[in-house]
Design a protein around this ligand. Structure first.
Ligand code: NAP
Length: 547
Protein backbone atom coordinates (compact mmCIF):
# COMPACT_ATOMS: atom_id res chain seq x y z
CA UNK A 1 0.00 0.00 0.00
CA UNK A 2 2.89 2.30 -0.65
CA UNK A 3 2.06 4.68 -3.45
CA UNK A 4 4.99 6.73 -4.54
CA UNK A 5 4.83 10.48 -4.55
CA UNK A 6 4.12 12.39 -7.74
CA UNK A 7 7.23 13.65 -9.47
CA UNK A 8 6.35 17.11 -10.76
CA UNK A 9 6.55 17.45 -14.53
CA UNK A 10 7.00 13.72 -15.04
CA UNK A 11 4.61 10.95 -14.16
CA UNK A 12 2.24 10.42 -11.28
CA UNK A 13 2.42 7.04 -9.57
CA UNK A 14 -0.74 5.74 -7.96
CA UNK A 15 -2.03 2.41 -6.79
CA UNK A 16 -5.27 2.29 -8.76
CA UNK A 17 -6.63 4.22 -11.74
CA UNK A 18 -10.41 4.05 -12.08
CA UNK A 19 -12.08 5.08 -15.32
CA UNK A 20 -15.59 6.44 -14.87
CA UNK A 21 -17.40 8.18 -12.02
CA UNK A 22 -20.87 6.70 -12.22
CA UNK A 23 -22.35 4.30 -9.66
CA UNK A 24 -19.42 1.91 -10.18
CA UNK A 25 -16.51 4.35 -10.09
CA UNK A 26 -17.78 6.21 -7.04
CA UNK A 27 -18.17 3.11 -4.91
CA UNK A 28 -14.87 1.71 -6.18
CA UNK A 29 -13.08 4.84 -5.05
CA UNK A 30 -14.70 4.61 -1.63
CA UNK A 31 -13.59 0.99 -1.18
CA UNK A 32 -10.05 1.69 -2.41
CA UNK A 33 -9.68 4.49 0.06
CA UNK A 34 -10.88 2.18 2.79
CA UNK A 35 -7.97 -0.13 1.91
CA UNK A 36 -5.53 2.75 2.22
CA UNK A 37 -4.77 2.70 -1.50
CA UNK A 38 -4.03 5.81 -3.45
CA UNK A 39 -6.60 6.02 -6.24
CA UNK A 40 -7.63 8.49 -8.86
CA UNK A 41 -10.85 8.45 -10.88
CA UNK A 42 -10.91 9.81 -14.42
CA UNK A 43 -14.30 10.98 -15.67
CA UNK A 44 -14.98 12.44 -19.11
CA UNK A 45 -18.17 14.23 -18.01
CA UNK A 46 -18.00 17.61 -16.35
CA UNK A 47 -19.56 16.08 -13.25
CA UNK A 48 -20.06 12.70 -11.63
CA UNK A 49 -23.09 10.50 -12.40
CA UNK A 50 -22.25 8.42 -15.49
CA UNK A 51 -25.44 7.28 -17.21
CA UNK A 52 -27.45 9.66 -15.07
CA UNK A 53 -25.24 12.59 -16.00
CA UNK A 54 -25.59 12.08 -19.76
CA UNK A 55 -29.16 10.81 -20.21
CA UNK A 56 -31.16 13.94 -19.36
CA UNK A 57 -33.82 13.53 -22.03
CA UNK A 58 -37.44 14.24 -21.07
CA UNK A 59 -39.03 11.35 -19.18
CA UNK A 60 -35.69 9.71 -18.23
CA UNK A 61 -36.29 7.52 -15.27
CA UNK A 62 -34.98 4.24 -13.90
CA UNK A 63 -36.93 1.05 -14.60
CA UNK A 64 -35.79 -0.60 -11.37
CA UNK A 65 -37.51 0.51 -8.17
CA UNK A 66 -35.64 3.35 -6.48
CA UNK A 67 -35.29 1.51 -3.16
CA UNK A 68 -33.44 -1.27 -4.99
CA UNK A 69 -31.52 0.93 -7.41
CA UNK A 70 -29.27 2.47 -4.79
CA UNK A 71 -26.22 1.61 -2.73
CA UNK A 72 -26.62 -0.71 0.21
CA UNK A 73 -23.13 -0.53 1.70
CA UNK A 74 -23.90 2.30 4.08
CA UNK A 75 -26.78 2.25 6.54
CA UNK A 76 -26.39 5.99 6.98
CA UNK A 77 -26.77 6.69 3.28
CA UNK A 78 -29.85 4.51 3.23
CA UNK A 79 -31.44 6.27 6.16
CA UNK A 80 -30.67 9.81 5.12
CA UNK A 81 -31.79 9.63 1.48
CA UNK A 82 -35.54 9.86 0.87
CA UNK A 83 -36.66 8.53 -2.51
CA UNK A 84 -39.88 10.24 -3.50
CA UNK A 85 -41.28 7.86 -6.13
CA UNK A 86 -41.43 4.16 -6.84
CA UNK A 87 -39.28 4.79 -9.93
CA UNK A 88 -36.84 7.66 -9.58
CA UNK A 89 -36.39 10.30 -12.26
CA UNK A 90 -32.99 11.06 -13.76
CA UNK A 91 -32.66 14.36 -11.82
CA UNK A 92 -33.41 12.58 -8.53
CA UNK A 93 -30.82 9.84 -9.18
CA UNK A 94 -28.25 12.42 -10.19
CA UNK A 95 -28.93 14.38 -6.99
CA UNK A 96 -28.47 11.14 -5.05
CA UNK A 97 -25.08 10.50 -6.66
CA UNK A 98 -24.00 14.08 -5.95
CA UNK A 99 -25.08 13.55 -2.37
CA UNK A 100 -23.04 10.34 -2.12
CA UNK A 101 -19.97 11.96 -3.68
CA UNK A 102 -20.24 14.86 -1.24
CA UNK A 103 -21.05 12.78 1.81
CA UNK A 104 -18.07 10.47 1.26
CA UNK A 105 -15.76 13.31 0.21
CA UNK A 106 -15.00 11.56 -3.06
CA UNK A 107 -14.58 14.56 -5.33
CA UNK A 108 -11.02 15.38 -4.37
CA UNK A 109 -9.80 12.20 -6.09
CA UNK A 110 -11.96 12.57 -9.20
CA UNK A 111 -10.55 14.26 -12.25
CA UNK A 112 -13.54 15.57 -14.23
CA UNK A 113 -13.63 16.45 -17.91
CA UNK A 114 -10.87 13.91 -18.52
CA UNK A 115 -11.11 11.39 -21.31
CA UNK A 116 -8.87 8.36 -20.92
CA UNK A 117 -7.66 7.64 -24.45
CA UNK A 118 -5.23 4.81 -23.84
CA UNK A 119 -4.11 2.32 -21.24
CA UNK A 120 -0.83 0.53 -21.84
CA UNK A 121 0.60 -2.23 -19.73
CA UNK A 122 4.32 -1.89 -19.14
CA UNK A 123 5.38 -5.46 -18.44
CA UNK A 124 8.86 -4.89 -16.97
CA UNK A 125 7.59 -2.19 -14.62
CA UNK A 126 4.26 -4.02 -13.99
CA UNK A 127 2.42 -0.72 -14.31
CA UNK A 128 -0.42 0.64 -16.42
CA UNK A 129 0.33 3.87 -18.24
CA UNK A 130 -2.83 5.94 -18.28
CA UNK A 131 -3.08 8.60 -20.99
CA UNK A 132 -5.78 11.13 -20.35
CA UNK A 133 -4.28 14.39 -21.54
CA UNK A 134 -2.02 16.22 -19.12
CA UNK A 135 0.59 14.40 -17.11
CA UNK A 136 0.92 10.65 -17.72
CA UNK A 137 -0.16 8.49 -14.79
CA UNK A 138 1.36 5.16 -13.82
CA UNK A 139 -0.94 2.85 -11.91
CA UNK A 140 -0.36 -0.57 -10.41
CA UNK A 141 -3.97 -1.56 -11.14
CA UNK A 142 -6.73 -0.28 -13.42
CA UNK A 143 -10.44 -0.57 -12.92
CA UNK A 144 -12.73 0.10 -15.87
CA UNK A 145 -16.00 1.48 -14.57
CA UNK A 146 -17.10 2.87 -17.92
CA UNK A 147 -20.64 1.50 -18.04
CA UNK A 148 -22.42 -0.80 -20.46
CA UNK A 149 -24.58 1.79 -22.16
CA UNK A 150 -22.29 4.78 -22.48
CA UNK A 151 -20.81 4.59 -25.95
CA UNK A 152 -23.31 6.47 -28.07
CA UNK A 153 -24.56 5.01 -31.34
CA UNK A 154 -24.14 8.14 -33.43
CA UNK A 155 -26.59 8.88 -36.22
CA UNK A 156 -25.03 8.04 -39.54
CA UNK A 157 -27.52 9.53 -41.98
CA UNK A 158 -26.58 11.33 -45.15
CA UNK A 159 -27.33 15.04 -45.00
CA UNK A 160 -27.36 15.42 -41.20
CA UNK A 161 -24.72 18.16 -41.27
CA UNK A 162 -26.92 20.24 -43.56
CA UNK A 163 -30.07 19.97 -41.45
CA UNK A 164 -31.28 23.49 -40.70
CA UNK A 165 -33.21 22.58 -37.56
CA UNK A 166 -31.71 21.24 -34.32
CA UNK A 167 -31.00 17.61 -33.56
CA UNK A 168 -29.99 15.75 -30.40
CA UNK A 169 -29.04 12.27 -29.30
CA UNK A 170 -30.90 11.36 -26.12
CA UNK A 171 -27.67 10.27 -24.41
CA UNK A 172 -26.01 13.63 -25.05
CA UNK A 173 -28.91 15.79 -24.06
CA UNK A 174 -28.26 19.50 -23.45
CA UNK A 175 -28.23 20.33 -19.75
CA UNK A 176 -30.57 23.27 -20.36
CA UNK A 177 -33.19 21.05 -22.02
CA UNK A 178 -34.83 21.41 -25.43
CA UNK A 179 -37.87 23.55 -26.18
CA UNK A 180 -40.39 21.51 -28.18
CA UNK A 181 -43.30 23.92 -27.85
CA UNK A 182 -45.26 24.08 -31.08
CA UNK A 183 -42.44 22.42 -33.03
CA UNK A 184 -42.55 19.66 -35.63
CA UNK A 185 -40.49 16.97 -33.94
CA UNK A 186 -39.22 13.64 -35.23
CA UNK A 187 -38.12 10.88 -32.85
CA UNK A 188 -36.04 8.11 -34.42
CA UNK A 189 -36.14 4.86 -32.45
CA UNK A 190 -38.62 3.04 -30.23
CA UNK A 191 -36.42 1.43 -27.55
CA UNK A 192 -36.57 2.04 -23.78
CA UNK A 193 -35.33 5.61 -24.18
CA UNK A 194 -37.77 6.66 -26.87
CA UNK A 195 -40.64 4.96 -25.08
CA UNK A 196 -39.97 7.17 -22.06
CA UNK A 197 -39.35 10.34 -24.05
CA UNK A 198 -42.21 10.16 -26.57
CA UNK A 199 -45.12 10.73 -24.11
CA UNK A 200 -43.31 13.74 -22.66
CA UNK A 201 -42.33 15.29 -26.00
CA UNK A 202 -45.86 14.72 -27.34
CA UNK A 203 -47.27 16.99 -24.62
CA UNK A 204 -45.36 19.99 -25.98
CA UNK A 205 -44.68 19.34 -29.66
CA UNK A 206 -46.97 20.77 -32.32
CA UNK A 207 -46.66 17.56 -34.33
CA UNK A 208 -44.66 14.50 -33.34
CA UNK A 209 -43.52 11.90 -35.86
CA UNK A 210 -42.19 8.64 -34.44
CA UNK A 211 -39.93 6.81 -36.88
CA UNK A 212 -40.20 3.17 -35.85
CA UNK A 213 -38.11 0.36 -37.31
CA UNK A 214 -38.92 -2.38 -34.79
CA UNK A 215 -41.74 -2.22 -32.23
CA UNK A 216 -40.98 -3.19 -28.64
CA UNK A 217 -42.85 -4.66 -25.72
CA UNK A 218 -43.43 -2.20 -22.92
CA UNK A 219 -44.89 -2.76 -19.48
CA UNK A 220 -46.72 -0.03 -17.56
CA UNK A 221 -44.51 1.40 -14.80
CA UNK A 222 -47.46 1.91 -12.45
CA UNK A 223 -45.29 4.57 -10.92
CA UNK A 224 -46.52 6.32 -7.78
CA UNK A 225 -45.26 8.52 -4.98
CA UNK A 226 -43.37 6.70 -2.24
CA UNK A 227 -44.87 7.74 1.08
CA UNK A 228 -42.25 8.40 3.82
CA UNK A 229 -43.82 5.74 6.08
CA UNK A 230 -43.46 3.08 3.36
CA UNK A 231 -39.86 4.10 2.75
CA UNK A 232 -39.08 3.91 6.48
CA UNK A 233 -40.50 0.42 6.58
CA UNK A 234 -38.38 -0.68 3.62
CA UNK A 235 -35.25 0.78 5.19
CA UNK A 236 -35.96 -0.86 8.57
CA UNK A 237 -35.71 -4.33 7.02
CA UNK A 238 -33.29 -3.43 4.26
CA UNK A 239 -30.54 -6.03 4.75
CA UNK A 240 -33.00 -8.89 4.20
CA UNK A 241 -34.44 -7.16 1.13
CA UNK A 242 -30.99 -6.65 -0.35
CA UNK A 243 -29.84 -10.21 0.41
CA UNK A 244 -32.93 -11.47 -1.45
CA UNK A 245 -32.05 -9.22 -4.42
CA UNK A 246 -28.43 -10.39 -4.41
CA UNK A 247 -29.41 -14.04 -4.50
CA UNK A 248 -32.11 -13.58 -7.15
CA UNK A 249 -31.70 -13.87 -10.92
CA UNK A 250 -32.25 -10.24 -11.84
CA UNK A 251 -30.99 -8.48 -8.72
CA UNK A 252 -34.44 -7.54 -7.50
CA UNK A 253 -36.17 -8.89 -4.39
CA UNK A 254 -39.01 -10.67 -6.16
CA UNK A 255 -39.80 -14.30 -5.35
CA UNK A 256 -38.90 -16.55 -8.29
CA UNK A 257 -41.71 -18.18 -10.26
CA UNK A 258 -42.48 -21.81 -9.44
CA UNK A 259 -44.72 -23.02 -12.25
CA UNK A 260 -44.48 -23.46 -15.99
CA UNK A 261 -46.80 -21.35 -18.14
CA UNK A 262 -47.79 -24.59 -19.85
CA UNK A 263 -48.93 -26.45 -16.77
CA UNK A 264 -51.71 -24.01 -15.88
CA UNK A 265 -55.01 -23.31 -17.61
CA UNK A 266 -55.43 -20.41 -20.03
CA UNK A 267 -57.60 -18.68 -17.39
CA UNK A 268 -54.91 -19.04 -14.74
CA UNK A 269 -52.23 -17.72 -17.11
CA UNK A 270 -54.36 -14.70 -17.89
CA UNK A 271 -54.96 -14.09 -14.18
CA UNK A 272 -51.22 -14.18 -13.55
CA UNK A 273 -50.40 -11.88 -16.46
CA UNK A 274 -53.17 -9.44 -15.49
CA UNK A 275 -51.83 -9.35 -11.92
CA UNK A 276 -48.34 -8.65 -13.29
CA UNK A 277 -49.61 -5.91 -15.59
CA UNK A 278 -51.41 -4.22 -12.67
CA UNK A 279 -48.25 -4.46 -10.54
CA UNK A 280 -46.23 -3.10 -13.47
CA UNK A 281 -42.51 -2.83 -14.01
CA UNK A 282 -39.96 -4.61 -16.13
CA UNK A 283 -40.72 -8.05 -14.71
CA UNK A 284 -44.49 -7.65 -14.93
CA UNK A 285 -44.88 -10.72 -17.13
CA UNK A 286 -41.47 -12.38 -17.04
CA UNK A 287 -41.71 -13.32 -13.36
CA UNK A 288 -45.01 -15.12 -13.80
CA UNK A 289 -43.64 -18.47 -14.98
CA UNK A 290 -40.41 -20.45 -14.88
CA UNK A 291 -40.12 -21.06 -18.63
CA UNK A 292 -40.67 -17.52 -19.89
CA UNK A 293 -37.10 -17.23 -21.22
CA UNK A 294 -36.54 -20.84 -22.16
CA UNK A 295 -39.64 -22.29 -23.84
CA UNK A 296 -40.99 -20.73 -27.00
CA UNK A 297 -44.53 -21.96 -26.32
CA UNK A 298 -44.54 -20.42 -22.85
CA UNK A 299 -43.10 -17.18 -24.18
CA UNK A 300 -45.77 -16.97 -26.89
CA UNK A 301 -48.50 -16.91 -24.24
CA UNK A 302 -46.98 -13.74 -22.74
CA UNK A 303 -46.39 -12.22 -26.18
CA UNK A 304 -50.04 -12.66 -27.07
CA UNK A 305 -51.13 -11.08 -23.80
CA UNK A 306 -48.88 -8.05 -24.37
CA UNK A 307 -50.05 -7.58 -27.96
CA UNK A 308 -53.66 -7.79 -26.87
CA UNK A 309 -52.97 -5.00 -24.36
CA UNK A 310 -51.54 -2.80 -27.13
CA UNK A 311 -54.57 -3.43 -29.33
CA UNK A 312 -56.81 -2.61 -26.37
CA UNK A 313 -55.12 0.75 -25.77
CA UNK A 314 -54.41 2.12 -29.26
CA UNK A 315 -57.61 3.16 -31.05
CA UNK A 316 -56.35 3.24 -34.65
CA UNK A 317 -56.19 -0.38 -35.85
CA UNK A 318 -53.35 0.20 -38.33
CA UNK A 319 -51.26 1.99 -35.71
CA UNK A 320 -51.99 -0.69 -33.11
CA UNK A 321 -50.94 -3.45 -35.52
CA UNK A 322 -47.73 -1.58 -36.38
CA UNK A 323 -46.91 -1.19 -32.66
CA UNK A 324 -47.25 -4.93 -31.97
CA UNK A 325 -43.83 -6.60 -31.65
CA UNK A 326 -43.16 -10.04 -33.10
CA UNK A 327 -39.99 -11.13 -31.29
CA UNK A 328 -39.89 -13.34 -28.21
CA UNK A 329 -40.82 -11.10 -25.33
CA UNK A 330 -37.92 -10.35 -22.99
CA UNK A 331 -35.23 -11.33 -25.49
CA UNK A 332 -34.76 -7.65 -26.29
CA UNK A 333 -34.77 -5.50 -23.18
CA UNK A 334 -38.41 -5.03 -22.14
CA UNK A 335 -39.34 -1.36 -21.87
CA UNK A 336 -41.22 0.31 -19.04
CA UNK A 337 -43.45 3.26 -19.76
CA UNK A 338 -45.86 5.84 -18.46
CA UNK A 339 -48.58 6.17 -21.08
CA UNK A 340 -46.52 5.23 -24.15
CA UNK A 341 -49.17 3.38 -26.14
CA UNK A 342 -51.85 5.87 -25.04
CA UNK A 343 -49.77 8.63 -26.66
CA UNK A 344 -50.66 7.28 -30.10
CA UNK A 345 -54.30 8.24 -29.46
CA UNK A 346 -53.29 11.92 -29.53
CA UNK A 347 -54.09 13.89 -32.66
CA UNK A 348 -50.57 15.35 -32.86
CA UNK A 349 -48.70 11.99 -32.79
CA UNK A 350 -47.99 10.07 -35.99
CA UNK A 351 -46.31 6.69 -36.37
CA UNK A 352 -44.04 6.29 -39.39
CA UNK A 353 -43.11 2.70 -40.17
CA UNK A 354 -39.51 2.87 -41.40
CA UNK A 355 -39.25 -0.87 -41.75
CA UNK A 356 -41.53 -0.78 -44.79
CA UNK A 357 -40.36 2.65 -45.90
CA UNK A 358 -36.77 3.19 -44.66
CA UNK A 359 -35.21 6.53 -43.83
CA UNK A 360 -33.16 7.59 -46.85
CA UNK A 361 -31.49 10.78 -45.63
CA UNK A 362 -31.80 13.98 -43.69
CA UNK A 363 -32.79 16.92 -45.87
CA UNK A 364 -32.16 20.53 -44.83
CA UNK A 365 -35.80 20.65 -43.67
CA UNK A 366 -36.55 17.20 -42.28
CA UNK A 367 -36.31 13.46 -42.79
CA UNK A 368 -36.84 11.70 -46.07
CA UNK A 369 -38.10 8.13 -46.19
CA UNK A 370 -38.61 5.95 -49.26
CA UNK A 371 -42.17 7.40 -49.45
CA UNK A 372 -41.93 11.12 -48.72
CA UNK A 373 -40.24 13.94 -46.86
CA UNK A 374 -41.33 14.79 -43.31
CA UNK A 375 -40.67 18.48 -42.58
CA UNK A 376 -39.20 18.82 -39.07
CA UNK A 377 -37.84 21.53 -36.78
CA UNK A 378 -36.17 19.11 -34.35
CA UNK A 379 -34.92 15.55 -34.68
CA UNK A 380 -34.38 13.40 -31.59
CA UNK A 381 -32.20 10.33 -32.10
CA UNK A 382 -33.06 7.70 -29.51
CA UNK A 383 -30.97 5.11 -31.33
CA UNK A 384 -29.10 3.62 -28.41
CA UNK A 385 -25.56 2.56 -27.76
CA UNK A 386 -22.66 0.41 -28.82
CA UNK A 387 -23.53 -1.62 -25.76
CA UNK A 388 -21.37 -3.57 -23.31
CA UNK A 389 -18.07 -3.49 -25.22
CA UNK A 390 -18.32 -0.06 -26.90
CA UNK A 391 -17.05 2.11 -24.06
CA UNK A 392 -14.23 -0.34 -23.27
CA UNK A 393 -13.00 -0.42 -26.86
CA UNK A 394 -13.17 3.36 -27.21
CA UNK A 395 -10.03 3.28 -25.06
CA UNK A 396 -6.90 1.96 -26.77
CA UNK A 397 -6.09 -0.76 -24.25
CA UNK A 398 -2.87 -2.71 -24.76
CA UNK A 399 -1.93 -5.61 -22.54
CA UNK A 400 1.03 -7.91 -22.29
CA UNK A 401 3.30 -7.66 -25.36
CA UNK A 402 1.34 -4.64 -26.59
CA UNK A 403 -1.67 -6.79 -27.51
CA UNK A 404 -4.68 -4.58 -28.23
CA UNK A 405 -7.93 -5.50 -26.47
CA UNK A 406 -9.75 -4.61 -29.70
CA UNK A 407 -7.73 -7.30 -31.51
CA UNK A 408 -8.31 -9.90 -28.83
CA UNK A 409 -12.06 -9.17 -28.96
CA UNK A 410 -12.34 -8.93 -32.75
CA UNK A 411 -14.65 -11.98 -32.78
CA UNK A 412 -16.50 -10.95 -29.61
CA UNK A 413 -15.51 -10.26 -26.02
CA UNK A 414 -13.66 -12.87 -23.98
CA UNK A 415 -13.24 -12.57 -20.25
CA UNK A 416 -13.06 -14.55 -17.06
CA UNK A 417 -16.14 -13.84 -14.94
CA UNK A 418 -16.66 -10.62 -16.90
CA UNK A 419 -14.09 -9.17 -14.50
CA UNK A 420 -10.72 -9.92 -15.97
CA UNK A 421 -9.07 -10.67 -19.33
CA UNK A 422 -6.16 -13.05 -19.96
CA UNK A 423 -3.15 -11.07 -21.20
CA UNK A 424 -4.23 -7.93 -19.34
CA UNK A 425 -2.78 -8.24 -15.83
CA UNK A 426 -4.00 -6.08 -12.96
CA UNK A 427 -6.90 -4.79 -15.06
CA UNK A 428 -10.45 -5.23 -13.81
CA UNK A 429 -13.77 -4.53 -15.51
CA UNK A 430 -16.86 -3.69 -13.50
CA UNK A 431 -19.95 -5.41 -14.96
CA UNK A 432 -18.02 -6.47 -18.06
CA UNK A 433 -19.15 -8.84 -20.82
CA UNK A 434 -19.62 -12.32 -19.39
CA UNK A 435 -21.20 -11.02 -16.17
CA UNK A 436 -24.95 -10.54 -15.48
CA UNK A 437 -24.58 -6.74 -15.91
CA UNK A 438 -27.35 -5.54 -18.23
CA UNK A 439 -29.63 -8.45 -17.35
CA UNK A 440 -29.66 -7.37 -13.74
CA UNK A 441 -30.25 -4.49 -11.40
CA UNK A 442 -27.02 -2.67 -12.23
CA UNK A 443 -26.40 -1.30 -8.76
CA UNK A 444 -26.59 -4.73 -7.16
CA UNK A 445 -24.16 -6.08 -9.76
CA UNK A 446 -21.88 -3.09 -9.39
CA UNK A 447 -21.66 -3.45 -5.61
CA UNK A 448 -20.82 -7.11 -5.98
CA UNK A 449 -18.04 -6.47 -8.51
CA UNK A 450 -16.57 -3.56 -6.57
CA UNK A 451 -16.53 -5.60 -3.36
CA UNK A 452 -14.96 -8.56 -5.17
CA UNK A 453 -12.23 -6.38 -6.70
CA UNK A 454 -11.54 -4.59 -3.40
CA UNK A 455 -11.31 -7.91 -1.54
CA UNK A 456 -9.01 -9.24 -4.26
CA UNK A 457 -6.69 -6.25 -3.97
CA UNK A 458 -6.65 -6.61 -0.18
CA UNK A 459 -5.71 -10.29 -0.63
CA UNK A 460 -2.84 -9.38 -2.96
CA UNK A 461 -1.59 -6.60 -0.71
CA UNK A 462 -1.79 -8.84 2.35
CA UNK A 463 0.43 -11.43 0.67
CA UNK A 464 2.80 -9.02 -1.02
CA UNK A 465 1.62 -10.13 -4.46
CA UNK A 466 2.05 -7.71 -7.35
CA UNK A 467 0.30 -9.28 -10.28
CA UNK A 468 -3.01 -11.01 -10.96
CA UNK A 469 -4.21 -12.13 -14.35
CA UNK A 470 -6.90 -14.49 -15.61
CA UNK A 471 -5.44 -17.71 -17.06
CA UNK A 472 -6.22 -18.59 -20.68
CA UNK A 473 -7.76 -21.89 -19.53
CA UNK A 474 -10.11 -20.23 -17.04
CA UNK A 475 -11.13 -17.64 -19.62
CA UNK A 476 -11.82 -20.31 -22.25
CA UNK A 477 -13.91 -22.28 -19.75
CA UNK A 478 -15.90 -19.22 -18.72
CA UNK A 479 -16.60 -18.11 -22.29
CA UNK A 480 -17.85 -21.62 -23.12
CA UNK A 481 -20.01 -21.66 -20.01
CA UNK A 482 -21.53 -18.23 -20.78
CA UNK A 483 -22.35 -19.36 -24.33
CA UNK A 484 -23.73 -22.72 -23.23
CA UNK A 485 -26.21 -21.28 -20.77
CA UNK A 486 -27.26 -18.54 -23.20
CA UNK A 487 -27.92 -21.20 -25.84
CA UNK A 488 -30.36 -22.86 -23.46
CA UNK A 489 -32.54 -19.72 -23.58
CA UNK A 490 -34.43 -17.74 -26.21
CA UNK A 491 -32.18 -14.69 -25.78
CA UNK A 492 -29.65 -15.26 -28.58
CA UNK A 493 -32.45 -15.58 -31.13
CA UNK A 494 -33.32 -11.88 -31.07
CA UNK A 495 -31.46 -9.25 -33.08
CA UNK A 496 -30.77 -7.21 -29.96
CA UNK A 497 -27.96 -5.07 -28.64
CA UNK A 498 -27.22 -8.00 -26.28
CA UNK A 499 -25.75 -9.70 -29.37
CA UNK A 500 -24.36 -6.54 -30.94
CA UNK A 501 -26.97 -6.61 -33.72
CA UNK A 502 -27.60 -2.85 -33.59
CA UNK A 503 -24.07 -1.89 -34.62
CA UNK A 504 -23.04 -2.68 -38.21
CA UNK A 505 -19.96 -4.90 -38.30
CA UNK A 506 -20.04 -5.77 -34.60
CA UNK A 507 -19.47 -9.48 -33.90
CA UNK A 508 -22.77 -11.27 -33.25
CA UNK A 509 -22.06 -12.79 -29.85
CA UNK A 510 -24.43 -12.94 -26.90
CA UNK A 511 -22.50 -10.94 -24.32
CA UNK A 512 -24.12 -11.08 -20.86
CA UNK A 513 -24.18 -14.00 -18.43
CA UNK A 514 -27.76 -15.34 -18.21
CA UNK A 515 -27.28 -17.69 -15.27
CA UNK A 516 -28.63 -15.11 -12.80
CA UNK A 517 -27.08 -12.79 -10.23
CA UNK A 518 -27.27 -15.27 -7.37
CA UNK A 519 -25.57 -18.13 -9.22
CA UNK A 520 -22.96 -15.77 -10.60
CA UNK A 521 -22.24 -14.35 -7.15
CA UNK A 522 -21.65 -17.85 -5.81
CA UNK A 523 -19.24 -18.56 -8.69
CA UNK A 524 -17.25 -15.43 -7.85
CA UNK A 525 -17.25 -16.21 -4.12
CA UNK A 526 -15.98 -19.71 -4.79
CA UNK A 527 -13.17 -18.42 -7.00
CA UNK A 528 -12.03 -16.09 -4.21
CA UNK A 529 -12.40 -18.74 -1.48
CA UNK A 530 -10.16 -21.06 -3.47
CA UNK A 531 -7.36 -18.48 -3.52
CA UNK A 532 -8.48 -16.92 -6.83
CA UNK A 533 -8.98 -20.09 -8.80
CA UNK A 534 -8.39 -19.55 -12.49
CA UNK A 535 -6.03 -16.65 -11.94
CA UNK A 536 -2.27 -16.46 -12.19
CA UNK A 537 -0.80 -14.72 -9.14
CA UNK A 538 2.76 -13.51 -9.55
CA UNK A 539 3.36 -16.24 -12.11
CA UNK A 540 1.73 -19.07 -10.13
CA UNK A 541 -1.46 -20.46 -11.61
CA UNK A 542 -4.31 -21.39 -9.29
CA UNK A 543 -6.20 -24.18 -11.11
CA UNK A 544 -9.61 -23.11 -12.40
CA UNK A 545 -12.71 -24.80 -11.03
CA UNK A 546 -14.26 -25.04 -14.50
CA UNK A 547 -12.47 -27.22 -17.09
P1 NAP B 1 -32.12 0.73 -28.05
O1 NAP B 1 -32.87 -0.15 -27.14
O2 NAP B 1 -30.95 0.21 -28.76
O3 NAP B 1 -33.16 1.33 -29.08
C1 NAP B 1 -32.73 2.05 -30.19
C2 NAP B 1 -33.89 2.26 -31.12
O4 NAP B 1 -33.43 3.01 -32.23
C3 NAP B 1 -34.47 0.96 -31.67
O5 NAP B 1 -35.85 1.12 -31.81
C4 NAP B 1 -33.78 0.86 -33.03
O6 NAP B 1 -34.49 0.09 -33.96
C5 NAP B 1 -33.76 2.30 -33.42
N1 NAP B 1 -32.76 2.62 -34.43
C6 NAP B 1 -31.43 2.52 -34.31
N2 NAP B 1 -30.84 2.93 -35.43
C7 NAP B 1 -31.83 3.28 -36.28
C8 NAP B 1 -31.86 3.77 -37.61
N3 NAP B 1 -30.74 3.98 -38.29
N4 NAP B 1 -33.06 4.00 -38.18
C9 NAP B 1 -34.19 3.78 -37.49
N5 NAP B 1 -34.23 3.32 -36.23
C10 NAP B 1 -33.06 3.07 -35.64
O7 NAP B 1 -31.60 2.06 -27.27
P2 NAP B 1 -32.24 2.80 -26.02
O8 NAP B 1 -33.69 2.98 -26.21
O9 NAP B 1 -31.43 4.01 -25.77
O10 NAP B 1 -32.07 1.79 -24.83
C11 NAP B 1 -30.85 1.11 -24.62
C12 NAP B 1 -30.88 0.46 -23.26
O11 NAP B 1 -30.66 1.45 -22.25
C13 NAP B 1 -32.20 -0.15 -22.88
O12 NAP B 1 -32.44 -1.37 -23.50
C14 NAP B 1 -32.07 -0.22 -21.37
O13 NAP B 1 -31.29 -1.29 -20.98
C15 NAP B 1 -31.34 1.08 -21.09
N6 NAP B 1 -32.32 2.11 -20.74
C16 NAP B 1 -32.92 1.99 -19.53
C17 NAP B 1 -33.87 2.90 -19.17
C18 NAP B 1 -34.53 2.77 -17.86
O14 NAP B 1 -33.96 2.38 -16.89
N7 NAP B 1 -35.79 3.09 -17.80
C19 NAP B 1 -34.22 3.94 -20.02
C20 NAP B 1 -33.58 4.03 -21.24
C21 NAP B 1 -32.63 3.11 -21.60
P3 NAP B 1 -34.17 -1.48 -34.15
O15 NAP B 1 -34.71 -2.15 -32.94
O16 NAP B 1 -34.84 -1.84 -35.42
O17 NAP B 1 -32.67 -1.60 -34.23
Amino acid sequence: MTAQRARPGRTVDIDVAVVGAGFAGLYMLHRLRGLGLRARVFERGSDVGGTWYWNRYPGARCDIESVDYCYSFSGELLREWAWTERYATQPEILRYLHHVAGRLGLRRDIQLGTNVTSLRYDEPGNRWLVSAGGEPVLARHCVLAVGNLSSVNRPDLAGLDDFLGEWHHTAQWPAGGVDFRGKRVGVVGTGSTAIQAIPQIAKHAGELYVFQRTPNYSMPAQNRPLPPAELREVVSSYPARRRAAERSDAGVPVPPPVRSALEVSAEERRRMYEAGWRRGGINALSYAFTDFFTDERANVTAQEFAREKIRGIVRDRWVAAALCPAHHIGTKRTCVDAGYFETYNRQNVHLVDVRTSPIRRVTPHGLETADREYPLDTIVFAIGFDAITGALLEIDIRGRGGEPLAGKWSHGPRSYLGLSVAGFPNLFIITGPGSPSVLSNMVVSIEQHVDWIADCLAYLEGRGLDRIEASEAAEDGWVRHVNDIADGTLYPRAASWYVGANIPGKPRVFMPYVGGCGTYRRECEEVAERGYAGFVLDGTEVPPSRP
